[in-house]
Structure formats: structure tokens, C-alpha cells
Design a protein around this ligand. Structure first.
Ligand code: NDP
Length: 490
């Protein structure tokens, strides 16, 4: 096969997984281009056991933070050195345009660099003594970490977990999505090339129900960092509850974007279109519900429809492409069924709602950017995550309604507000239940700023300085200072 055959990585060693071999399919053509062997519960067991042993090796355990940081810096450099190749590999594997996969690779390199810098400057604390002793709180690695990731932003998602997990001193076991294992396997190779001890690095592609669940259940895995759907997140949380194991869960969303009547409409149109249609809408933070003040609703809808119709759909590798294919035929069928549901629920498809018919696109899993009006905010299409290029535009009348409308889904991941009035923006931003709020911008993400959701969008935060602490456990030390021997009861 053109893209070759790849093996899993168990404790730094490539070997054929004991599970079935799966094909990687290019969603732009529907053709298989690589094969990957998959792991089984036995492979997971080998990887966890080796990871726990490698963590205890004094050569790693005693490595000082600035020395570990050097390895992470080197990983960032290696990612950068192969950035074009990595971006092309991902565009082929998941269908995102090159402009987006280049950004994912840059984000992964930036994450390693940021985490390295933060690691060098994380301090331990002397706590206030309440007796004749010196007391301190130190942080130690939490234990082998399972990093389970989805298919929509590979390498960036994996880096977001692997970098802080390793910085904290842990072994990391990456379980990429079945549809997108290639970037994770390359990342595993780069970690090893950077000098991370082999036993600490495993990349275990395979079905979530088999490999993912084996990792979550394994007694040697001490933390799961998961990004994916809410249903899977709930299952992982319930298994983790039995083990009393901490989890971080970055889950789904149905993010509201609000356009106040005083907004700069040019900016709002661009932001809304980018917010929903970039990545073909396959983004956890996709701004899929657009609440527009009734006074500008019709004008804004018309401008969004026109902007959506100008987007270039096509080959993810071609310059100028805005939207590539969806990840799979199966996923496109799910998106199509939501558009049918929107019609059944009384919606009007203002543009899109169909596959493109341009030559050369018929064998890929393409779908036109779709704008729907006339829906009830309580309808299923406005409540459930579609994870595709489908925008519902909804009018509102009073600012007072907005918090309730924005908060009316089970999710709370992200929110956008477009207005020139910073006081109104502040009021709304503080009230709406959301992990992130963007004001006059959308989809900006930074390694230095915590990210995560509330409600059914997840538990915990990634990124930022505290992101490293999330992979550590605290230990308290008391140093007695009393010169006299302790006396019983006096
Ligand atoms: P899934 O939840 O289906 O899968 C995510 C990962 O979990 C995959 O690696 C999957 O493996 C694995 N998995 C599946 N079942 C289990 C299980 N029982 N135990 C352990 N692991 C399992 O999500 P998708 O891949 O479909 O990704 C889309 C979802 O991810 C959307 O809901 C999206 O909103 C969310 N997401 C959230 C983000 C955030 O930061 N909040 C960012 C990006 C996406 P396999 O592929 O083999 O099934």
C-alpha cells in the first residue's frame, strides 16, 4: 500500500499489534492508503507494565525538571522540523485542508515548548508552619497516564496530553482514534528520537471498546485524559469511579454565538462562518447555534448564506481550499440525517443541505456548508451535537433571554459574543455557563490558557501552567526542627 504498513509502539518498540489490521482511508477519495496493526488488551498490559517500570528507573525519576524540559523542547523542534510532512499526512488521513493541519502541527510543537518552559519554572511550596517543623508540599508523578484522543485534531490533541504527562514524570500511553492513528504514531517516534526513555512511550491504535477500555480498566493506569464524545466520556467516568481514578474529560459541545444589534456585522459574519465551517464543522467548539438580534437577523442571515456559498470545497491539499471532506461516509450520513431532521422539525435550509456536485468530488465524503433558519431552540437539531457543517440561525429579542437560550443545551464548552459594547459583553460572558467565551473573536486557543468545559462538556482543564499539575499528585513533607525530644502528652 502506498502509505505503507505501520505497527503499534509498545514501550518504545515498534511491533505488530495482536489485533486486526485496519486500513487508513483518504476521505477525499475513499481510497485506502495505509495499513495499521492494532493493539489488544494484552498489548495494553505490556505497555502499562513497562511504563510503570520505566517511571521508577532512577535515571528518569531523578532527572531534574530543567533536564526533562530539554527533552520536551527537543520534541517541539523535531515536530517543527517535520511540520510539512506531518501536515500532509494528517490532511490525507482526516481530510482537513492543509492550512488547518499546518496549524495543528504548529500547535503541537508550541505545546511542547510551552510545557517545557512552564516546567522549568514550576515552584514547590513551603507551607506556613503551625508547630516546630518546616512543612512543604511537593508534587510527584501521578502514575502511568492513558491519553485517549478523537480523530478531529490529531497531533494537537495528543500533544496536549503527552507533553504535560511526560513533563510531570509519567509514562504516557496514547490511544488515538481508529480513524486517525498515523499522526500519533509519528509523534511517538519523535518523542523517542528526542530522547524520552522508550519505556515511557506507547502508542496503541485500535478500537475504543477494546484498547481504550482496556486502558481505562487497567489497574496500573492511574489517570485517564480523554477527549471525545460525551457518551464515551460518561462510560469512562463510570469505570474510573470504580477504580477511584482521576479523569479529565474534554467532551462535546453545542456552542452558542451571539450577535448583539450593535456588533460590527462584517466581523461577526466572518467570525460566525469560520466558527462553524472551518474543519467542516467537526470541531468540539464549533459555533453551531447563532443567536442574532431580530433587528439584524435577516440581513445577517443573507450575508452568512452568501459567505458560505463563496467557500471553496475541494481537495484538502489544494491551495485555497476552505473545506475538505468529512471524516467518513458514515459520519456524512449522520450529518445528512440531522439536516433531514431539521426539515422535519420545520426548519428551512437556506443554503447547502446537499453533497457538492463539482467534478472530482464524487468519491470523497464532501458536504456543503449548510445554514438553517426557522428552528425552535429546543428542537433536537439545536440541542444535539451534529459535528458537521450545519449552522442554525435563531432570532432573539431581548438581552435578558440570551443567558437562558445560550445555556439551554446540556453542553457548556464555548460561546462567542459579537458586540461593540464591552459592558454588555462582560455581563453576558460572566453569566453564560461555558468553559471559554470569545468576545469579538472565535476559536482562538492558546497553550497558556486553560481549556475545558462545564456541564456535559467535561470535567477538568487542560493547558496553562496548571495543566502540568493535573498529571501530578501532591505529597506533604514535615521536617521536625525541635531540638528537644518529643514528650508524650505534654
Ligand atoms: P468518541 O468518543 O467516539 O471517541 C474518542 C476516543 O475514545 C477515540 O479514540 C475512541 O476510539 C475512544 N473510545 C471509544 N469508545 C471507548 C471506550 N468505551 N473506552 C475508551 N475509549 C473509547 O469521539 P469521536 O472520535 O467521534 O470524536 C468526536 C467527539 O469528540 C465529539 O463529541 C467532539 O465534540 C469531541 N471533542 C471534544 C473536544 C474537547 O476538547 N472538548 C475536542 C475535540 C473533539 P475509536 O476511535 O477507536 O472508537
Amino acid at each position: 500500500m502506498a502509505g505503507g504498513s505501520m505497527d503499534i509502539i509498545v514501550a518504545g518498540r515498534h511491533r505488530p499489534g495482536r489485533g486486526p489490521t485496519v486500513e487508513s482511508v483518504d476521505p477525499a477519495t475513499g481510497a485506502a492508503f495505509a495499513e495499521v496493526t492494532t493493539a489488544t488488551a494484552e498489548d495494553v498490559d505490556d505497555a502499562v507494565t513497562a511504563g510503570a517500570t520505566a517511571m521508577r528507573d532512577p535515571a528518569w525519576r531523578n532527572l531534574l525538571p530543567h533536564e526533562r524540559a530539554r527533552l520536551l523542547h527537543r520534541t517541539g523542534e523535531l515536530i517543527e522540523g517535520e511540520s510539512e510532512e506531518l501536515a500532509r499526512l494528517q490532511s490525507r488521513d482526516i481530510g482537513k485542508p492543509l492550512s488547518e493541519t499546518r496549524a495543528l502541527v504548529a500547535s503541537a510543537a508550541g505545546t511542547f515548548r510551552y510545557v517545557a518552559a512552564a516546567l522549568e519554572t514550576l515552584d514547590e511550596a513551603l507551607t506556613t508552619p503551625r508547630g516546630p517543623y518546616l512543612s512543604m508540599s511537593v508534587h510527584e508523578p501521578i502514575g502511568p497516564v492513558a491519553a485517549i484522543t478523537p480523530w478531529n485534531s490529531p497531533i494537537a490533541s495528543e500533544a496536549q496530553k503527552a507533553a504535560p504527562a511526560l513533563a510531570a514524570g509519567n509514562a504516557v500511553l496514547i490511544k488515538p482514534a481508529e480513524w486517525s492513528p498515523l499522526a500519533a504514531l509519528r509523534l511517538g517516534e519523535l518523542l523517542l528520537r528526542a530522547g524520552i526513555p522508550p519505556g515511557l512511550v506507547s502508542v496503541l491504535p485500535g478500537a475504543g471498546r477494546v484498547v481504550g477500555e482496556a486502558l481505562v480498566r487497567h489497574p496500573g493506569v492511574r489517570k485517564v485524559a480523554f477527549t471525545g464524545g460525551t457518551t464515551t466520556g460518561r462510560r469512562i467516568a463510570s469505570i474510573a469511579a470504580d477504580k477511584l481514578m482521576p479523569v479529565s474529560l474534554e467532551l462535546g459541545g453545542k456552542s452558542p454565538v451571539i450577535v448583539l444589534p450593535d456588533a460590527d456585522l462584517d466581523q461577526a459574519v466572518r467570525g460566525a462562518v469560520f466558527g462553524i465551517f472551518s474543519s467542516q464543522g467537526q470541531a468540539c467548539v464549533a459555533g453551531s447555534r447563532l443567536f442574532v438580534h431580530r433587528s439584524v437577523h435577516d440581513e445577517l442571515t443573507g450575508r452568512i448564506v452568501a459567505a458560505a456559498e463563496r467557500l471553496v470545497i475541494g481537495d484538502p491539499m489544494a491551495k485555497g481550499t476552505h473545506m475538505g471532506p468529512l471524516i467518513s461516509a458514515e459520519h456524512r450520513a449522520a450529518v445528512e440525517s440531522y439536516v433531514q431532521l431539521a426539515l422535519d422539525e420545520g426548519g428551512h435550509v437556506r443554503t447547502g443541505g446537499e453533497r457538492p456536485t463539482e467534478p472530482g468530488l464524487d468519491s470523497g465524503y464532501y458536504y456543503r456548508p449548510t445554514v438553517i433558519t426557522g428552528l425552535d431552540p429546543a428542537s433536537r437539531v439545536c440541542q444535539e451535537e451534529i459535528f458537521g457543517p450545519v449552522l442554525a440561525v435563531l432570532p432573539y429579542d431581548e438581552e435578558e433571554e440570551l443567558t437562558e437560550l445560550a445555556d439551554s443545551t446540556p453542553y457548556g464548552l464555548a460561546c462567542g459574543i459579537w458586540t461593540r459594547d464591552y459592558r454588555r459583553a462582560w455581563r453576558l460572558a460572566r453569566r453564560i455557563e461555558s468553559g471559554t467565551v470569545w468576545i469579538n473573536t472565535y476559536k482562538q486557543l492558546s497553550a497558556s490558557t486553560p481549556f475545558g468545559g462545564v456541564k456535559e462538556s467535561g470535567i477538568g482543564r487542560e493547558k496553562g501552567r496548571e495543566g502540568i499539575r493535573a498529571y501530578m499528585t501532591q505529597k506533604s513533607l514535615y521536617w521536625g526542627l525541635d531540638e528537644a525530644p518529643a514528650t508524650w502528652g505534654t
